[in-house]
Unconditional design. Structure first.
Length: 380
């Protein structure tokens, strides 16, 4: 069945004084206005969220969002796949279009305001609690292992990580909805960053962001701004790094990408730009290789040559990515689709990727335990 994104909305990602209903309402209102419909026109609602329970002591978020739609009783439920919750919800909406149409997907998360240690423990639930977290392998430490292995095998350097960070912070300055939109990051800032988990330092890490993003998915294009979803795929893997053979690649991402490309009838050579899950700078390098945008060990060459900048041959994370655009966990995968749609419509302003025809989004849960990949095309 064909699928189109007929409307998108997004709050700014970053520290916010607002609660989950407020954030969801803002993204929802923008998406419905963009689609030119009201809540009474919707067929179903899917809410993506990861930490509503532990952080906010609020679960049952589909009903929380339903409270924003007085008198409308939609089929609705919540999707949770850690940091991949948003794209998992988009995938589910695409798959359910024969049953419900249109489907509103809202990703929402509140992370700020908690002590760092509590937040690190809660985010750690995206990884294996018994085999990894209990042994001290929190999230930055897990990605530090990925970084160390990539450096050993391919000669990747910490300078490569810095180049990813500088590029994504420069892009975020062009994105008014980015966490670090107002922050100009220089080499001196990066040099001053404390070590978080060696070799990863402060500017190798995504921040913790609040935010929401929304997308309206339909089997019918509503107008000339509707963006076709050409391919949608999701794969899972063992949650613990101790159960993986190779820490330089995420097989779930590779297989989801192959499936999404097959459904879209494209190859990686056709990709104009990608929004990838750079929760840590090494993750952007691994993502490029898993998506087939570079051979294993060769993404760093593209980074060094500037090919991943907005004016380069394959721009990566024109939004600023998770690193500088922000990572509002349950909202991130929907936020990536927001960026892809905005770019493909030619509405991205200063950060516009010229001539963008095919966009790929890549949203990872845990340390490669889940990955959802979407291929979107230009409106016709
Ligand atoms: N990159 C750049 N600057 C950052 C930053 C980041 N990731 N995180 C925080 N900062 C900045 C803040 O803006 C603040 O700057 P200011 O003093 O100019 O206002 C300063 O650093 C201190 O902020 P604070 O929130 O106290 O930082 P922290 O030391 O408590 O947390 C990290 C830093 C890296 C530990 C935290 O951002 C983190 O845990 N990130 C990873 C989150 C994660 O694992 N998500 C899931 C991944 S899949």
């Amino acid at each position: 069945m064909p699928a189109f994104v007929i409307g998108v909305g997004k709050t700014r990602f970053g520290p916010s004084g607002h609660d989950i209903p407020y954030l969801a309402q803002e993204a929802m209102a923008e998406a419905l206005t963009d689609a030119g419909i009201g809540v009474a026109d919707l067929g179903a609602l899917i809410v993506a969220n990861f930490l509503g329970g532990p952080n906010e002591h609020q679960l049952h978020l589909n009903s929380v969002v339903a409270g924003l739609m007085p008198g409308v009783r939609l089929p609705s439920w919540r999707v949770e796949a850690a940091c991949a919750s948003g794209a998992a919800a988009i995938h589910q909406a695409v798959a359910l279009l024969g049953t419900y149409d249109p489907i509103l997907v809202i990703g929402v998360e509140r992370l700020s305001g908690l002590p760092g240690a509590v937040l690190t423990r809660n985010i750690g639930m995206a990884g294996d609690v018994v085999l990894d977290q209990a042994q001290g392998l929190n999230f930055p430490a897990s990605y530090a292992l990925v970084a160390q292995r990539h450096m050993q095998r391919y000669g990747t350097t910490t300078r490569d990580f810095e180049l990813v960070s500088l590029k994504n912070h420069a892009n975020a300055q062009l994105n008014p909805k980015a966490h670090f939109h107002l922050k100009r990051v220089t080499q001196a800032d990066i040099d001053a960053g404390a070590t978080v988990a060696s070799p990863l330092r402060l500017f190798d890490c995504c921040p913790v962001s609040d935010g929401a993003a929304a997308a309206v998915i339909s089997a019918t294009a509503s107008d000339g701004r509707s963006v076709p979803v050409l391919g949608s795929a999701i794969r899972s893997d063992a949650i613990s790094l101790s159960q993986r053979e190779d820490h330089t690649t995420f097989p779930a991402a590779r297989e989801a990408a192959e499936d999404a490309y097959r459904k879209a009838g494209i190859s990686s050579a056709d990709v104009s730009f990608a929004e990838v899950h750079d929760c840590f700078t090494i993750a952007e390098i691994v993502a490029m290789e898993d998506l087939g945008l570079a051979e294993p060990g060769y993404a760093t060459g593209m980074v060094r040559d500037g090919q991943t900048a907005i004016g380069g041959s394959v721009p990566i994370n024109p939004s600023g990515g998770l690193k500088a655009g922000g990572h509002a966990i349950g909202a991130t995968g929907v936020g990536q689709v927001y960026e892809a749609v905005t770019q493909l419509r030619g509405e991205a302003g200063q950060r516009q990727v010229a001539g963008a025809e095919i966009a790929v989004t890549h949203n990872v849960g845990g340390v490669g335990g889940t990955c959802a990949v979407h291929v979107l095309g230009r409106p016709s």
